[in-house]
Design a protein around this ligand. Structure first.
Ligand code: SAH
Ligand code: SF4
Length: 387
């Protein structure tokens, strides 16, 4: 009887143990194979030379290590590098590597497209196509480490922050395409691999998941795998947030803030960041800063102001630099830790919210198509149903 090939990138540590146990193999074999895959970035089971020959032969027959194929590989003038990856059926997702002096960050995608339809987001504009599998999510980190490590060794040029035996990627942010909590069942196993000592071994504070605020899933993440959390706030009142982040109509600010406080019960206090995209004339006025201060005053958090990254037809412009600074100062004067995100990779459309992949029009899968806009002011915002 023939079995489908098992993609080993799909298995989190417990599932890999289980898979080996079912084959009558000891758990230490699973850990050994995990280190080959996730620490030495082996693509080929036959290269795992310290495995017994009989095991290797059986694995070659039944298993594979399959990361998404690379469709395009682009490097920006500031060193930011974007991989466009094949997500099947004409879809593509993007992973972005952001090198800094003391770390290497990889921004990972969780879905091809996104159904949540935030007004200022290029991914949302594409609509939703499909959830990535665990293997496709983990495969982004595996691929980036493998490529960067191979290139460093070939160039015999250790990375600036250490020797090339260390993994090139030191931090992971789930801030690429898609809403990670809407793909919870595939994302959590990937997070477990990011944290596992026999896989990527990253500490919880070096793995950040960004969400637009799916409240029930924030609670599940707290219970199952509490990594650093970034919450896309973007507006300090329900009236404005309903328009910018439509999921707010289902999970309004009061329930979102309560979920954040519950999250902090389980996570260290520096584990919560609020993201706030700065949209000219929309959410960047002194009264917005005042409401924001009132909203987050009792929540231990950092605020990260993101200059809006434009894309064609977005209908928004970025707040002027001075206004962003003034907004940050107002927060800081109220005792809130506020930073302004440095925009990276803009010349290759790799900055936050510019990731679009190549999904086709999926307008019917967008949230706004299902949640009526009744009561939402259009103002000078683009219509949320506009595609
Ligand atoms: N879906 C998740 C994670 C992906 S988006 C979320 O919404 O949090 C990562 C961050 O980029 C979010 O804070 C998102 O609101 C922000 N973002 C989206 N479009 C943007 C744009 N055009 N400019 C700047 N930031 C943007
Ligand atoms: Fe989806 Fe996040 Fe974009 Fe909103 S900002 S549409 S949740 S990817």
């Amino acid at each position: 009887m023939s079995h489908p090939m098992q993609n080993l990138l799909d298995l989190d540590p417990a599932s890999l143990d289980h898979w080996f146990a079912q084959r009558g193999e000891k758990p230490f074999r699973a850990r050994q194979v995990s280190r080959w895959i996730h620490q030495r970035y082996a693509a080929d089971i036959a290269s795992m030379t310290d495995l017994a020959k009989s095991l290797r032969t059986a694995l070659v027959r039944d298993a594979e290590i399959r990361a998404p194929g690379v469709l395009r590989d682009t490097t920006a003038s500031d060193g930011t590098r974007k991989w466009l990856l094949d997500a099947g059926s004409g879809n593509a997702v993007e992973a972005v590597y952001i090198p800094e002096d003391d770390r290497g960050t990889l921004c990972i995608s969780s879905q091809a497209g996104c159904a949540l339809d935030c007004a200022f987001c290029s991914t949302g504009r594409q609509g939703f196509n499909r959830n990535l599998t665990t293997g496709e999510i983990v495969g982004q980190l595996w691929h980036a480490n493998r490529t960067l490590r191979t290139e460093a060794i070939r160039a015999a040029k250790p990375q600036a922050w250490g020797d090339h035996t260390r993994a090139p990627i030191t931090n992971v942010v789930m801030m690429g395409m898609g809403e990670p909590l809407a793909n919870f069942d595939n994302v959590v196993p990937a997070l477990r691999l990011f944290l596992d000592d026999n896989a990527y071994g990253l500490s919880r504070r070096r793995v950040t998941l960004s969400t637009s605020g799916l409240v029930p899933w924030i609670d599940r993440l707290r219970d199952e795998c509490p990594v650093a959390l970034a919450v896309s706030l973007h507006a300090p009142t329900d009236a404005l947030r309903d328009r910018l982040v439509p999921i707010n109509r289902k999970h309004p600010l009061s329930t979102l803030m309560a979920a954040c406080l519950r999250y902090l019960d389980r996570a260290p206090r520096d584990f919560l960041t609020f993201e706030y995209v700065m949209l000219d004339g929309v959410n960047d006025q002194p009264e917005h800063a005042a409401s924001l201060i009132a909203l987050v005053r009792d929540v231990p958090c950092k605020l990260n102001l993101i200059p809006f990254n434009p894309f064609p037809g977005s209908g928004f412009t970025t707040s002027p630099r001075e206004r962003i600074r003034g907004f940050a100062h107002a927060l800081q004067d109220a005792g809130i830790v506020a930073t302004i995100r440095k925009t990276r990779g803009q010349d290759i459309d790799a900055a936050c919210g510019q990731l679009a992949g190549q999904v086709n029009d999926r307008t019917k899968h967008r949230l706004a198509a299902r949640i009526p806009l009744a009561g939402a002011h259009q103002g000078h915002l683009p219509s949320a149903t506009h595609s």
